[in-house]
Design a protein around this ligand. Structure first.
Ligand code: CA
Length: 227
């Protein structure tokens, strides 16, 4: 999932960014309300994690603002404000969930999975192309019925290719989406992960799914079916 974190505590923001990335999400972090709100409006996020006490504006204002503009992204409030009336106020303003600080990170991941499930109509979480299947919720991948274990980055990479099938995706796009890096770090980080992914996905198969388009990027061909 692409997640926007609006949180003014530096360490907590970093912790969330790293933990969510480790769990396979892509994360942007803003430390102020105005910047966060602008980011929410400017990009397509699947979830916003919102602190309530921010230096410039409070989270309730942000929730109100998002609601008034009919912003579709679900908001999970993460706050030290534990009073029930604050929780009720946030939920009434459109927050989909509320977690009190201090919080358990594994519980947050479970709640994010629930939001992911609620987000759709329970379908569209299984992506298939040919004999390859990827389940966005259970995070299972198989080819010809044989389970394949992927790292979080490899999974994100495959998901990205599947959602951009029949298009050439460039290294810059991959760095931006999977590593959240918008410059070329001059490393072969993409090539290394792509090599590992192909070794697992296209192992021993006559028809490799992922192709290299020399000088341009990578291509996954085929009709991807969502079910
Ligand atoms: Ca705060």
């Amino acid at each position: 999932m692409k997640i926007l974190v609006i949180e003014d505590e530096v360490k907590l923001g970093q912790f969330l960014g790293e933990g969510l990335a480790e769990a396979g999400h892509v994360c942007d972090h803003f430390m102020d309300g105005a910047g966060g709100l602008e980011a929410a409006r400017g990009a397509e996020y699947e979830l916003i994690i919102l602190d309530l006490m921010l230096p410039d504006m409070n989270g309730f204002e942000i929730l109100t603002n998002l609601r008034e503009s009919r912003h579709p992204t679900p908001v999970l409030v993460l706050s030290a404000l534990g009073d029930t009336d604050k929780v009720i106020q946030a939920l009434d303003l459109g927050a989909i969930d509320y977690m009190r600080k201090p919080f358990d990170f594994d519980e947050m991941l479970a709640r994010i999975r629930t939001i992911q499930r609620r987000g759709g109509n329970q379908s569209g979480y299984q992506l298939s192309v040919g004999d390859l299947q990827l389940n966005l919720l259970s995070r299972e991948v198989s080819r010809s019925g044989v389970r394949i274990n992927l790292s979080n980055r490899e999974f994100a990479l495959l998901e990205f290719l599947l959602t951009h099938s029949n298009q050439v995706v460039t290294k810059a796009q991959i760095l931006d989406k999977i590593w959240d890096i918008n410059f070329d770090p001059g490393s072969n980080i993409v090539e290394v992960h792509m090599y590992q992914l192909r070794k697992k996905i296209d192992k021993d198969t006559l028809e490799p799914l992922i192709q290299t388009v020399i000088g341009r990027g990578y291509l996954l061909k085929g009709e991807v079916i969502k079910s």
